[in-house]
Design a protein around this ligand. Structure first.
Ligand SMILES: [Zn+2]
Length: 185
């Protein structure tokens, strides 16, 4: 594995991440389900940009464009930080990616009740998408699944980062390689 190339996590970086992620999770739990004000306002911007962008490719794709749009930027960051093997920013991007799932699930769950306030024309993406796929009656089930994937993704990423921190700790406390322990003649 290319694991060895990941930048080493120092204690201060780990503590910084722990504080950041604790605050983030606290805000996530406290927020209205699936809507963290600042973060999801940014997500909404990318969402709205996604509609016309993917609409350029195909008219039928435009309705998916919002959801694809809000995932595009986190994916771009994930790829970028993966290449740099920078564990903290990589983990933060993956967490952002999966946080989007909670927001998308909230929208999905609204497909039949249509209670969410909508931006831009009032067309309900997931009502339209589930209608096309004749899945409208399964909207809340699919939403629950997507939400679960979101939470598992967030939890798994936090776990991965602390696991990396633990690996780095072990590596730092490794004994000297055997050749250096051999007695000199
Ligand atoms: Zn939309």
């Amino acid at each position: 594995m290319a694991d060895e190339q990941w930048q080493v996590l120092t204690h201060s970086k780990l503590i910084g991440f722990a504080i950041g992620v604790t605050i983030f999770l606290f805000v996530l739990f406290k927020s209205e389900p699936g809507f963290v004000f600042l973060l999801d306002s940014a997500n909404l911007l990318f969402h709205e940009a996604g509609h016309p962008f993917f609409g350029l490719i195909s008219n039928r794709l435009a309705v998916y464009g919002g959801t694809l749009g809000q995932l595009t930027f986190p994916i771009a960051l994930i790829i970028s930080f993966w290449h740099k093997r920078e564990p903290i920013t990589f983990a933060a991007s993956v967490i952002w990616f999966f946080e989007n799932f909670l927001n998308i699930a909230r929208y999905m769950a609204d497909s039949r009740t249509l209670l969410l306030p909508l931006v831009g024309g009032g067309e309900h993406d997931w009502n339209e998408i589930f209608f096309r796929w004749t899945l409208l009656s399964n909207d809340t089930f699919i939403a629950t699944l997507v939400k679960a994937i979101g939470w598992i993704g967030i939890g798994g990423t936090v776990g991965w980062l602390f696991w990396r921190g633990w690996q780095d700790r072990n590596r730092r406390s490794d004994p000297l390689p055997p050749t250096e322990l051999e007695p000199r003649p």
